[in-house]
Design a protein around this ligand. Structure first.
Ligand SMILES: [Zn+2]
Ligand SMILES: [Zn+2]
Length: 312
């Protein structure tokens, strides 16, 4: 079991370990920087209740960030976790011709399952083969190069929470950096603006010393990263609201989008307790469905009935 989890944490392409270590390295740099440089400077090395509040909130951010990151990476997103049918029915077989109504028969009646030539297995609708993970991924959204794995049915909740907590963490750092700059400089001057916008240029022209270069580099990076993460969150939330994956959005596939309300779309990704999953990665809230059957609007194969909502 432990071996399996460790295997899941290591990407198939070992080259993808570099961005993962870079993400972990950045998290460590920010934690150390805020703890040992920013907070002591703001509170003049005096341990006050305000600093304790900052520490508690900081620890809570780290717990959520690392917890969601670990569960996102340790989740098995592949189709290895399901039993795939060996045979698919002929497209001519319709629901009315089927004799039984078992779950497996329901899947067989609708022909959106497809054969993956690389995995050599029949895979459910919305599953896609990933050339980097070398597997078919259940309800594949996209391959995240920073985490070195695919985001799909089983880990998209943790991925979203990881993004949101990363943004909260960076936003919190930016607020502390403003406090720190004010404590350090007392007022804004052209030197501060140049140092924030062009730290390397300011260092080359001796506006900044080595330590100040490091400080302004970390401060400006946190601003850029927080804007980038916010952009990713907005993009991903747009897809969740539309009931689409990245692949479906790219191919303009809308048969799974349906006409669902906001709550239903959130439940599909975050589960029935969608309103509290952000508070802790340990809150149990399985995603809606089984990753194999989905509400869709499509034409039933070889059937006279036209477009209607059904579960495939
Ligand atoms: Zn495959
Ligand atoms: Zn992948």
């Amino acid at each position: 079991m432990v071996n399996r989890k460790v295997k899941l944490l290591i990407p198939k392409d070992r080259g993808e370990l570099i961005p993962i270590f870079f993400v972990l390295f950045l998290i460590c740099v920010y934690v150390i920087f805020e703890l040992y440089v920013i907070l002591p400077a703001i509170y003049n090395n005096i341990f006050t209740y305000k600093e304790i509040c900052h520490l508690i909130f900081g620890l809570y951010i780290i717990f959520n960030l690392i917890g969601n990151l670990f569960l996102c990476m340790a989740s098995d997103t592949s189709i290895d976790t399901i039993i795939c049918p060996v045979l698919l029915p002929s497209p001519n077989i319709t629901a009315s011709q089927s004799s039984t109504n078992t779950h497996q028969e329901m899947i067989y009646q609708h022909c959106n399952w497809h054969y993956c030539h690389r995995c050599e297995v029949n895979v459910p609708p919305r599953s896609q083969h990933c050339h980097l993970c070398k597997k078919c991924i259940l309800k594949r959204d996209h391959h995240c190069s920073f985490l070195g794995r695919c985001i799909g049915f089983r880990n998209i909740r943790y991925y979203m929470c990881f993004l949101i907590w990363t943004w909260i963490g960076l936003f919190y750092c930016n607020i502390l950096h403003v406090d720190y700059t004010y404590e350090l400089v007392g007022t804004f001057s052209w030197r501060v603006i140049v140092a924030c916008l062009f730290p390397f240029g300011a260092w080359l022209f001796r506006v900044l010393d080595h330590f100040s270069l490091l400080l302004s580099f970390i401060c400006s990076t946190s601003i850029v990263l927080s804007l980038y993460i916010l952009f990713l969150i907005i993009q991903q939330m747009y897809l969740i609201m539309n009931g689409q994956t990245w692949h479906e959005h790219g191919k303009n596939i809308q048969i799974y989008s349906g006409q669902k309300d906001l709550q239903s779309n959130l439940e599909i990704i975050f589960g029935r307790r969608w309103y509290c999953v952000l508070f802790s990665p340990l809150i149990s809230s399985p995603a809606y469905g089984d990753g194999m059957t989905f509400d869709s609007t499509t034409n039933e194969p070889s059937n006279s009935r036209t477009s209607e909502n059904k579960r495939i």
